[in-house]
Design a protein around this ligand. Structure first.
Ligand code: AKG
Ligand code: FE2
Length: 468
């Protein structure tokens, strides 16, 4: 009878795939629009820039959007004999201001960069000066101008339990005509590091654009034009590749900070801005539209989507970092699924490429959407990286059996996205004794996995979602 048909029968495979298509599009468009970097400007009191921005110079310190006093830098001079003080922007009416700037630049050490565990000096890759935190101080603090709140809102989406803590890291000077820093990813200083903040102090320069990239998108922070009289800043997630284009003239002086997610327990701190409500996002509506179809995963199932950002998800204490340290689009997807009240986890996934799966199981095929290329193992929790020994003939499945907490699901996972190559982490290495001993490294991806209850149990969830 017609009445029964629509509400109680599972979807045809074609319809099932069409709904998965909708979820795939929704997640992909969310990924394509999610923030991975943000930035802003703070004019200096008494300059044209301040008048243009606020119309008044009376804006007070401590208020987002206010102007800053000129910034003082205090540092240890190289000869150790005395301390130096530089005020930016330079006061053009003072004859010695340029000499002071030159003295300050000369007191900086050449800056290297991290390659693996090594610190490398290579001026074709990075040409800059640096001062470490034990050799300088500055009168500028990002919290005075609402930068932290801003970053929390844009990068952390002000999810109630997440706050950002910032730690001063370095002062750098990139000088014309050849200062630069080619494409790199910052070395994380701790597992809890979520990003970096760069504050560019007022000093005129040309070139020096900071370009930040993530998943084929890029943001170009072009600070040249306002460099003389404005503090300009950018914050970005720690896994984003970035570079500084050549500084052709002047001095580009930056103070960098590491950004960490705090390990405050849930809800002990008041949020610094409006609390982000996942139910207001288009992605929530998109999931609602599919979850309210009775025949979609009618008897229950599991949806999986791969994280778009990289995480140290195979570190010893990864379970303390995730899901708390989720970034951008991953945080949004996780929060949206959570907002339905369904069970969501961040789990490790190993894909064994050289394994040809047996495709004859037609039930498996029913749940399949994004086809993963190989045999898929899903961990039951985030597992620290390990090494194993003594395996004959490279039997990965045996290593996993013995050392890795593989989770089995009653029904196969419906993957709605594919993994991004740059997000995998080494999960294990093992020595196999075949004809010749060989070391194998196995990588895993982090994925967001949601248990979708059967329709009979899902109705209430959907009803609540409809009321939102
Ligand atoms: O100065 C900048 O814009 C970025 C600096 C940077 O990438 C670094 O210090 O690692
Ligand atoms: Fe960097």
């Amino acid at each position: 009878m017609g009445k029964k048909k629509g509400s109680s029968s599972p979807l045809s495979r074609i319809a099932f795939k069409a709904f998965c298509d909708q979820l795939n599009q929704a997640v992909r468009s969310q990924n394509a629009s999610a923030s991975f970097a943000c930035g802003g400007t703070i004019p200096i009191k008494g300059t044209e820039a301040a008048k243009l921005t606020s119309g008044t110079e009376k804006a007070t310190k401590g208020k987002p959007g206010s102007a800053s006093s000129p910034v003082n830098i205090f540092w240890d001079c190289k000869d150790g004999s005395r301390g130096g003080k530089l005020t930016l922007p330079l006061d053009g009416s003072k004859d010695d201001s340029n000499a002071k700037l030159c003295g300050f630049v000369a007191d900086c050490e050449p800056a290297g960069f991290g390659r693996g565990q090594e610190a490398v000096m290579d001026p074709t890759y990075r040409k800059a000066g640096k001062l470490d935190t034990d050799h300088f101080m500055t009168s500028f603090h990002p919290a005075d101008f609402g930068i932290i709140g801003n970053v929390e809102q844009v990068l952390c989406t002000n999810w109630s339990c997440r706050r950002i803590r910032l730690e001063l890291y370095k002062l750098n000077v990139y000088s014309g005509p050849s200062g630069l820093f080619q494409s790199h990813v910052d070395t994380p200083r701790s597992k809890c590091q979520i990003g970096s903040l760069v504050v560019c102090l007022p000093s005129p320069f040309k070139g020096g654009n900071l370009i930040v990239r993530h998943e084929g998108r890029e943001i170009d922070f072009d600070w040249e034009q306002r460099s003389a009289d404005t503090i300009q800043w950018a914050a970005f997630y720690s896994d984003c590749e970035h570079e500084i284009k050549t500084i052709t003239e002047g001095e580009r002086i930056t103070v960098t900070y590491n950004l960490y997610v705090t390990d405050e327990p849930m809800n002990t701190l008041p949020p610094s801005g409006p609390i982000f409500d996942p139910k207001t996002l288009p992605l929530y509506q998109d999931f609602k539209n599919v979850l309210q179809i009775p025949g979609f995963l009618k008897t229950g199932g599991t949806l999986g989507s791969f994280c778009t950002h990289a995480y140290p998800h195979t570190a010893d204490d990864a379970y303390t970092l995730l899901p708390r340290g989720l970034k951008g689009a991953d945080l949004v997807l996780y929060s949206v699924l959570k907002a339905f009240g369904i069970k969501v986890k961040v789990l490790p996934v190993i894909i064994q490429k050289d394994f040809s799966p047996n495709n004859s199981d037609s039930d498996d095929e029913y749940y399949e959407y994004a086809r993963l290329d190989g045999k898929v193992y899903i961990g039951s929790y985030l597992t620290p990286r390990f090494s194993a020994n003594n395996f004959e003939d490279d039997p990965l499945s045996k290593v996993l059996d013995e050392y890795w907490p593989e989770q089995t699901f009653e029904k196969p996972i419906t993957w709605i996205t594919h993994p991004s190559p740059c997000t995998s982490q080494e999960a294990m290495s093992y020595l196999a004794y075949g004809n010749e001993p060989s070391v194998h490294e196995v990588y895993s991806y982090a994925a967001i996995v949601a248990i979708i209850p059967p329709w009979t149990e899902r109705q209430e969830i959907v009803q609540q979602a409809r009321n939102n």
